[in-house]
Design a protein around this ligand. Structure first.
Ligand code: 9MR
Ligand code: 9MR
Length: 651
């Protein structure tokens, strides 16, 4: 009796000391792939060990040592890492750190990012212009249609002989750019490309992905239906008389925080610009490549549009854009500028995409140069996007003896090497984000994290170096919670997601939960919205508040690379029918007997059934059909009959 009471007391005191949720344990709140890296960051703790436990914390499945402490210059925190990558049991767990507490629950599974990826794409559906969102597809975020945009007015600065000021155009559809209700061709450039590249590079994943959008079940893969909503609008922004492209469809000034159907001021198109023409040409050339398999008529329309926009851009290579002043009774425009004065990268990108689409070498002459410097893509810096496309299509291009595929590959791999070296060896958070100078933490910093990961994924596509995939996923982990604020920056995902995004429907719909699947811009040193700033520690210069548009707005060009990297990881990390034929126990305990793989062959997961004489840590090697070792795992077994369901490596 005494002994029983002692045990009960021990349990009670364990509960009292440890039963606290600690936001100092930071991890990817969307979850982990069983066969992927798994790291949590512990901020400000003297502990030296951690454990992976059941959500009620009564069962410990895995224990490990924390790394030594290191200070992250961007956040000022002293942090340690808990690496539990070798723990590959699927389920829902918490991390427990003695003296600190336990983490949010997280899952380990074999399709860890599919819901995240689906939500991120559905974020575009919710941001559709010119349509109602119905309850079947939008749930509680159903809303009325806004912005029919069938009467869009040409401003004086956009006037041409055949389309004088006051001409009324029909430019429906497209996505709202961000928290505002305007649509900008320049930002549609990188955003639409990145979604198209998601499909081009990972079609086997996207071909069957159901997004529950109105077009689901139709002839196109759902992601291509969603992208087409924006392509259809982009096509309306081209002046058929000369191929030039209007830079944006916009109100004169930003709306208040009202729902789309209440935002009814006049819509305008503004001046054509070089950046708009070349971004449009690049996107339409890629669209041609992708849609021709499904709809040749539409694809050819895209290619013709690409060619004529390119001709306009080549004839007008230095037309920059600034918001027009009031003129001839028309108002001044004060909405987003996306002003870009460096236009050579747009030119190069369009040339490369048209070269790939047409194999016409005259485009290539204006395209890739081995002397060009490439960097992380952004709305204003797009030549790296063309580099991705050249690398992806390099095997067809070499046949022409034209593209220098070695330097194309090396440029991507060199960027990936720099990121990976930092991520593995120098980053206290074991992430790519925040390397060196503070430039990562500008307005929309989370898109830099995602675009760095996109470079890494493209490097991984080239040489399958697993370090590149792990480094890419480290930045996904960053976005979903392994960061200095502890937020999941994607609405509706994770235990502590951002709630008060700068997004007009989310602010105006009277629903507590923001529209899901939208990536917040993230920490930034930008000012202007009068939100509190931390100029010393930019990684924590963040406020989850609706008014803070330099930190907590959402935007189509920020979601897009997040779609790309989560879809990529899904395709690489899920289990493509690996067949498991044998399991060998290497543990010295000799606890295991009657080891049985069930069922054999296993398609996606495998069950191991065995009898163990005692509680022990089994050290297993898993073998595939060709006798190759496909996986290793350590699993805690209990005395008696055991059944463990496991994923199988695809790598
Ligand atoms: O809502 C606008 C957001 O989409 C832009 O990114 C931002 C910067 O251009 O501006 C926001 O609009 C603000 C405007 O600039 C000033 N008045 C308050 C607006 C936000 O409610
Ligand atoms: O994403 C843009 C960021 O890089 C710029 O620093 C900022 C100020 O020019 O504008 C951002 O773009 C906004 C656009 O102008 C209007 N729609 C909302 C965009 C995201 O804040």
């Amino acid at each position: 009796m005494t002994r029983i009471i002692q045990i009960m007391l021990a349990l009670v005191s364990y509960g009292t000391i440890m039963a606290q949720l600690s936001t100092s344990i930071r991890l990817n709140q969307a979850g982990f792939f069983a066969n992927g890296s798994k790291i949590a960051v512990i901020s400000g703790s003297t502990a030296t060990t951690f454990s992976v436990r059941s959500t009620d914390r009564q069962t410990s499945y895995y224990t490990g040592n924390l790394s030594t402490a290191a200070t992250w210059a961007q956040s000022g925190e002293s942090v340690k890492t808990a690496d539990f990558s070798s723990f590959i049991q699927m389920g829902t767990f918490v991390i427990d750190v003695p003296g600190l507490g336990y983490s949010y629950p997280f899952t380990i599974g074999n399709d860890a990012f599919v819901e995240l990826n689906r939500k991120l794409i559905r974020g575009y559906y919710y941001n559709r212009t010119s349509t109602a969102i119905d309850a079947t597809h939008g749930g509680k975020w159903a809303r009325n249609a806004g912005h029919p945009d069938d009467k869009v007015v040409v401003l004086p600065a956009a006037a041409s002989t055949l389309r004088p000021a006051g001409t009324v155009l029909s430019c429906p559809k497209g996505w709202y750019d961000a928290g505002d209700y305007n649509s900008y061709i320049v930002n549609s450039g990188i955003s639409t490309y990145t979604l198209l590249a998601s499909y081009e590079h990972f079609s086997s994943y996207y071909d069957t992905l159901n997004l529950n959008i109105p077009e689901s079940g139709g002839a196109l893969p759902d992601i291509l239906d969603e992208i087409k909503w924006n392509l259809d609008w982009m096509l309306t922004m081209q002046d058929p008389n000369d191929g030039g492209v209007y830079t944006k469809k916009t109100n004169a000034s930003f709306d208040g925080f009202v729902m789309p159907d209440k935002a009814v001021t006049t819509r305008y198109v503004v001046q054509k610009s070089t950046a708009a023409a070349f971004d449009f040409a690049a996107v339409m050339a890629v669209a041609y490549r992708i849609y021709k398999k499904f709809d040749a008529v539409y694809a050819n329309k895209c290619l013709d549009a690409a060619k004529s926009a390119y001709v306009w851009g080549a004839a007008n290579p230095s037309v920059t854009f600034t918001n027009p002043a009031a003129q001839s009774g028309y108002p001044a425009v004060s909405t987003g500028g996306y002003g870009d004065n460096t236009l050579t990268d747009e030119y190069e990108w369009a040339a490369n995409e048209l070269y790939i689409a047409t194999q016409n070498e005259s485009y290539y002459a204006k395209g890739y140069k081995s002397t060009t410097t490439y960097s992380v893509p952004s709305w204003a810096t797009v030549n790296t996007l063309g580099l991705f496309s050249l690398a992806y299509h390099r095997k067809n291009l070499t046949a022409l003896g034209f593209a220098d595929t070695t330097t194309v590959k090396n440029k991507i791999i060199a960027m990936a090497n720099t990121y990976t070296t930092y991520q593995k060896s120098s980053s206290p958070y074991k992430i790519v984000m925040g390397q060196g100078a503070n430039k990562d933490f500008v307005w929309g910093s989370n898109s830099f994290a995602a675009n760095q990961a996109m470079i890494l994924i493209n490097a991984y596509l080239i040489n399958k170096n697993i370090d590149f995939l792990n480094a890419a996923v480290s930045n996904v982990d960053y976005l979903l919670g392994r960061n200095a604020t502890g937020y999941s920056y994607v609405t509706g995902v994770g235990a502590k997601p951002v709630m008060n995004i700068h997004h007009r429907p989310s602010g105006a719909d009277g629903i507590v939960d923001p529209v899901p699947g939208l990536l917040s811009g993230g920490p930034s040193g930008s000012t202007g919205d009068k939100c509190s700033n931390n100029a010393t520690y930019l990684a924590i210069s963040f406020v989850d508040s609706t008014s803070c548009y330099t930190k907590n707005e959402i935007a189509i060009n920020w979601n897009a690379p997040a779609v790309y990297i989560t879809g990529a990881t899904e395709q690489f990390r899920t289990y493509n029918g690996q067949i498991l034929t044998n399991v060998q126990d290497n543990s010295s305990s000799e606890a295991m007997s009657l080891l049985q793989v069930y069922p054999v062959p296993a398609a996606t997961t495998v069950k191991l059934m065995f009898h163990a004489q005692e509680t022990a840590l089994a050290d297993l090697d898993l073998y595939g059909a060709l006798g190759e070792r496909v996986s290793q795992l350590k699993v805690n077994v209990q005395g008696g009959q055991n059944e463990v369901e496991l994923p199988v490596y695809s790598l």
